[in-house]
Design a protein around this ligand. Structure first.
Ligand SMILES: Nc1ncnc2c1ncn2[C@@H]1O[C@H](COP(=O)(O)OP(=O)(O)O)[C@@H](O)[C@H]1O
Ligand SMILES: N[C@@H](CCOP(=O)(O)O)C(=O)O
Length: 290
């Protein structure tokens, strides 16, 4: 039996659509043991068939390693809610691919794993931090994925607000425009550069000013019921900024020094959608085989 652990991730961080992502201290554990047939436990019944993403990723990894994908028993123990914008699909993909390495005794090559995972996930922003940990920026080149890990100043604190309704990434991508104005693209890239430096230097005042995305958030916030109310709560409680985590509906608030958890919980309780509020830190190790 082997166990794979993979952190949740918050992709985009507002301005870094499809390229930025941050690993968080919320971790999925997936166990693989040999079996005479495919068995999947620890998840909703609708994910227990051969189309399970972890199993598909395991098969993809096995095929890359030129090995036969023998039947396995996959047991999932994950606090990461599916379709909430916390990279649950990336954890499945990374766990399955790492299992192929682990079960065949192949030394893990993280660059290869990142390439295989991006092939399945379609974009590298979640899988890169899930594999490497930290805050990463990635570019999907023709032959390889280029990834840089960025430093984040220790004064920043992160809170996630998770509502009780799902939003599939596919649905949240379908509302994005085919084209945007040239001026908006220019603005986004200038803001992104300033944002990365503000995150590094602990320049909260700058971060507050520059963290205003034009590429996806204006279109997606309409899909997130109570977005405006949660934004007001974040502002009232001193958040520097509030961004959509991944494709939503979870929202990620950035504070400096302290997250007022009790106040947030009391305020969020007044809303209809039972938003769960958790303070999370940046996870720095990335996925591993236990
Ligand atoms: N615990 C789990 N067990 C099985 N499959 C899961 C689990 N969590 C997520 N998934 C897979 O990931 C998909 C959700 O992916 P996606 O819509 O991209 O949302 P997210 O923002 O959570 O990554 C689910 O439809 C399912 O295929
Ligand atoms: N860049 C992607 C990120 C999706 O992240 P997820 O956690 O919602 O799967 C997007 O914005 O579509």
């Amino acid at each position: 039996m082997i166990e794979i652990r993979v952190p949740a991730t918050s992709a985009n961080l507002g301005l870094g659509f499809d390229c930025l992502g941050m690993a968080l201290t919320m971790e999925a554990s997936v166990q693989f043991s040999s079996s005479d047939q495919l068995i999947i436990t620890g998840c909703d019944k609708k994910y227990q068939g051969a189309d399970n993403l972890i199993y598909q990723a395991y098969c993809h990894g096995m095929s890359y390693l030129n090995q036969v994908a023998l039947p396995v028993h996959i047991h999932i123990n994950s606090p990461i809610p599916p379709a909430r914008g916390l990279g649950s699909s990336a954890t499945c993909v990374v766990a399955g691919i790492l299992a192929a390495y682990g079960l065949t005794g192949t030394p893990v090559n993280r660059e290869e794993v990142l390439k295989l995972a991006t092939e399945l996930e379609g974009h590298p922003d979640n899988v890169a931090p899930a594999i490497l940990g930290g805050l990463t920026a990635s570019y999907q080149g023709e032959k390889q994925i280029y990834t840089i890990t960025y430093p984040v100043h220790s004064s920043y604190r992160f809170a996630v607000f998770i509502p009780d309704f799902p939003l599939e990434t596919q649905k949240a991508r379908a509302v994005l425009p085919q084209q945007i104005a040239f001026s908006e693209a220019v603005s986004n890239q200038s803001q992104l550069l300033c944002m990365l430096e503000s995150l590094k230097q602990g320049e909260g005042t700058w971060l507050k000013e520059v963290l205003k995305d034009h590429l996806h958030e204006p279109y997606r916030k309409k899909l997130i019921t109570e977005y405006e109310q949660v934004k007001k709560i974040a502002e009232r409680t001193g958040a520097i900024s509030l961004v959509i985590s991944g494709s939503g509906p979870t929202l990620l608030a950035i504070y400096q020094e302290q997250v007022p958890l009790a106040e947030l919980t009391a305020e969020l309780k007044q809303l209809e959608h039972k938003w769960d509020c958790q303070e999370l830190s940046i996870e720095t190790k990335g996925a591993y085989i236990c």
